[in-house]
Design a protein around this ligand. Structure first.
Ligand SMILES: [Zn+2]
Length: 230
């Protein structure tokens, strides 16, 4: 069930090969693949002919019921609208919302899937992590206004939390970050409704920037604002 076959040619030796894989990955039922996902090696394949490591690209649905989270990895952006439709359909299932209070996300790069799996494995909220990463980004920008990152990825290396920054997929640099700040960030930036229905499927650096903008345009008070005279 859910099995797919990917045919490919080794870029090193030209050998034609095929990989049969399961489209879904259940964190608790498939610990071996889950562990590879967390270490960022799930999509690596060693060519049996030449022994070189190949990085394969194929879509996957990651499901982590223990942390009430799932993430669609959709490498082909043309398939994203269809995935969004299927998520909406699941939300509208008769007899109740079959996705309930799950965090449901879409990513289009496999390292972002690894990051989501890692965030949830640590019991963290990915929206809080995005806002936390953004505070580090803005701290860097405050000291170096030429630093223009549009993406950031959290990882844990020997127990140390690190944030890698990117611009247009180009690596810019890494900072070590303090995860004990995440609950404060969550309280400060996620406890208040922005008054805007936000996209919840793509929670990333761009989402965090939008969320912050929405918060800044929303008064602290719940009282309605007087309409400005314009
Ligand atoms: Zn090869």
């Amino acid at each position: 069930m859910n099995e797919q076959t990917l045919e490919f040619v080794c870029p090193h030796c030209g050998k034609e090969d095929a990989l049969t894989y399961s489209y879904s990955l259940h964190a608790q039922k498939d610990p071996e693949r889950y562990s590879k996902l967390l270490s960022g090696t799930l999509f690596d394949y060693v060519c049996p002919e030449c022994g070189n490591r190949i990085h394969l690209t194929y879509g996957l649905l990651f499901h982590d019921p223990a942390h009430k989270a799932m993430c669609f990895y959709v490498p082909d952006e043309k398939e994203v609208p269809g995935i969004i439709d299927s998520i909406r359909a699941a939300h509208n299932t008769e007899g109740g919302d079959s996705l309930g209070n799950y965090a449901v996300r879409i990513v289009t790069e496999d390292h972002k899937l690894t990051e989501k799996a890692l965030i949830w494995s640590l019991g963290l909220d990915d929206k809080a992590v995005e806002m936390w990463k953004l505070t580090y980004l803005y701290h860097i920008i405050a000291h170096n206004e030429d630093f223009e990152a549009d993406d950031s990825v959290m990882r844990v290396e020997n127990g140390a939390y690190k944030i890698d920054f990117y611009r247009e997929n180009e690596y810019l640099g890494t900072v070590e970050a303090d995860p004990s700040l995440i609950p404060n960030v969550k309280e400060r930036f996620l406890s208040r409704d922005t008054g805007v229905i936000e996209n919840d499927l793509f929670v990333d650096t761009a989402w965090a920037m939008d969320h912050l903008t929405n918060l800044l345009h929303r008064p602290e008070s719940s009282e309605p604002e007087d309409a400005p005279n314009q």
